[in-house]
Write a protein that binds this ligand. Sequence first.
Ligand SMILES: C[S@@+](CC[C@H](N)C(=O)[O-])C[C@H]1O[C@@H](n2cnc3c(N)ncnc32)[C@H](O)[C@@H]1O
Length: 427
Amino acid sequence: MSDFTEYKDVIQEGDLALIWVSRTMIKPVTIDAKAVFSTRYGSFPHKDMIGKPYGSQIGIYTRGSGKFAFIHVLQPTPELWTLSLPHRTQIVYTPDSSYIMQRLNCNPQSRVIEAGTGSGSFSHAFARSVKQLYTFEFHEVRYQQAKDEFKQHGLLDENVIITHRDVCKEGFHITSEDTTSHDFSSQNKKEITLDADAIFLDLPAPWEAIPHLEKVIATDKKVGLCCFSPCIEQVDKTIEAMSNNGWTNIQMVEIQGKRYESRRQMVRSLDDALGRLRDIKKRKLEGVKRRYQVMNEMTPAEREDVERNHKPLTDKAKFNPFGKGGRVKEGDENFTWKEVTKVETEIKSHTSYLTFASKIVNKVKDEKLVEETMQKVYVKRDAEEKAAALKKEAYEQREAILKKEAVKNREEAALKRAAASAAASQE
Ligand SMILES: C[S@@+](CC[C@H](N)C(=O)[O-])C[C@H]1O[C@@H](n2cnc3c(N)ncnc32)[C@H](O)[C@@H]1O
């Protein structure tokens, strides 16, 4: 089981844990009873984490500052790994990777090719959702680092094979001659059948790799391809290579991730603004006065020290809605607030163009299957038409009977009325 697929309740020695210090600082650590996790807010011994449930907040009291500091210990997920991994290259972030996997129809049966591996951000996301991932990296050091990392995370024992390869020059087949994480010694086979149904290329020149795909993709189903390129010129060349190599349904998409946040904003009136201006003026005068007063009360040495260090001379001011002083908590009932929407300015998504295409290699029409299917369709249609005609006939017959009965009833009623009026005139 990998650290990324096995769910655990309790933090244990040897676990890979992700320590959430802040939204912009998440650190991967291997839990070791003898180690200490140090931050600028304080030091957290791992032994205080062991035995606690995942998601726990671990707090410490720092004597120096007299404050509490805390962290959260979390289980690894591909999303958190993307935010915490050591960057060796530019990476694909979750807003892009989730969209790409959905467009490539990735599912637990998918066999995926990825090139290049880079920092392994997307590899972790693929590994969680698909049956098999074949990932390729041509930079030797990066290949080794990614391989070690995947090994450490248990991905190589599950569904990931990483191969050292220039896919633009040598394509995607994997043999026992290659530098790869796959262990050929345990099998008779000298080559892997990739049969990939989803391909993701994050390379500077994907158009050079596209012609090599023909030999390694599945032939009996629809195969999806996505190329991730930052420049429109690259997209141009990619589209050309796709259509020259029989890829269809070509479409280019750009993800513009934005996160909206609902907040309350203090409503300020004109009086507040005037009050603020008066306050600034008053503070300025008070400050000058106080400065003179304090300076006069000081010894020459203290005065020199203050001037050298620019120590503040005035007391901390009370709250002022616009100026310095204590802070107001959002929603404080003493003030008026309005609901506003704020856009998070920086959302981690790499603005690249995503070019999608698909291919069905085996396009031969199965005439027999088509004939059988159409025969079934015709038989069903004939039966439906016959049933409809019978229904119509029965309806018409019933209508005719009802009509006859109505005429007969009307005639009988007329005869009865005539007989009754004749009898009345005789009396
Ligand atoms: C931008 S990074 C990929 C990042 C990766 N998608 C991630 O999410 O971490 C591109 C990688 O492709 C590798 N690369 C470039 N050309 C290659 C090629 N022809 N064959 C294999 N890998 C290649 C580079 O060494 C680099 O590590």
